[in-house]
Write a protein that binds this ligand. Sequence first.
Ligand SMILES: NC(=O)c1ccc[n+]([C@@H]2O[C@H](COP(=O)([O-])OP(=O)(O)OC[C@H]3O[C@@H](n4cnc5c(N)ncnc54)[C@H](O)[C@@H]3O)[C@@H](O)[C@H]2O)c1
Length: 349
Amino acid sequence: MKTVHVDTGRPYDIYIEKGVIDSAGEYAKKLSNAQKVTIITDSNVAPLYQWRVINSLSAAGFTVHTHVFKAGEESKHLGTIAEMYKALADFGMTRKDLIVALGGGVCGDMAGFAAATYLRGIDFMQIPTSLLAQVDSSVGGKTGVDLPQGKNLVGAFHQPVAVLIDPDTLLTLPDQFIIDGMGEVIKYGCIKDAAFFDFLEQENALQHLEEVIETCVSIKRDVVSRDEREAGERMLLNFGHTLGHAIEKLRDFKGITHGMAVAVGMVMMTRAGEAQGITEAGTTARVEALCKKYLLPVKESFSAEELAKAAQSDKKTAGGGISLVLLHTIGDSFTKKLPLEELRAFFEF
Ligand SMILES: NC(=O)c1ccc[n+]([C@@H]2O[C@H](COP(=O)([O-])OP(=O)(O)OC[C@H]3O[C@@H](n4cnc5c(N)ncnc54)[C@H](O)[C@@H]3O)[C@@H](O)[C@H]2O)c1
């Protein structure tokens, strides 16, 4: 068992262990005074894992209800949240009861948002089952949903009572989503940990999943403990994301997943940094080679103008400027505020 302690305003632990999903009831008992638990999960994950979690929670004495929503980012909207509120209210969930988010990042973000807002906030526990959710989205307390105008535009910061990570659940995750999660894994090496980047270059990360998950969540823990509400350092976690979101938007969220878009964004930002003389020469080649090793794409054919325009609608724009995350070198990242009118030239490299 690996345990990572997160020291946010409300501290909690992340437990990483094969099979830990079967101990959900024991953890819930230790951490909550709930009588009722609602498991929120999606239509792919429910048939695979809901019974193990239901059995564990029931054995620990909880009355359990499961709410299943249709899997996929398309479900990440306020209509699905309204259905969750209805399920919670119909089941008679009170302020001391508990939500368990069982699934990928979409489930964690939405169940977390329902927990943050139902009865002005109730407890929730994360059981992430996708690689992206295990290395990134289940930690840090960002919850939310998409609007037609853009991704994650409505949300709340709400920390879970615990995160239970069972790497064995990744055995059923389709390859495409393993590849997708590797985009975020590589991001952690790029922004904070050169030795981890070397490790990903030399080894096959998929044969060392527990260590990889522990390293990523430890880096995220360090960052969010210092900057829970993204006033500064937490922005570094957005490396590759501003361009990644722009690419997803230009492609109308079709034919490219989040992790793939982030990979292209990381390579392009590193190349832009090198062209400006900010990033150490040779860094782009390494980031590009590592993304390719884990089957991630590394380029897109959109023009600098198209990218700049799409990037301007990103959440990271403020006061006529945009905050970009760049690398000095592998493992050493920083943010640079750029006036919006200079964005296009920045992407012309
Ligand atoms: N809150 C944060 O800090 C944060 C950070 C990064 C990303 N995100 C969000 O995370 C979301 C993406 O997460 P995701 O990639 O996990 O998407 P997802 O939740 O849609 O999961 C991907 C797919 O895998 C399936 N799945 C999940 N676990 C499975 C398993 N063990 N076996 C079989 N199938 C399984 C899901 O049903 C889905 O079809 C985005 O909405 C993004 O905005 C949030």
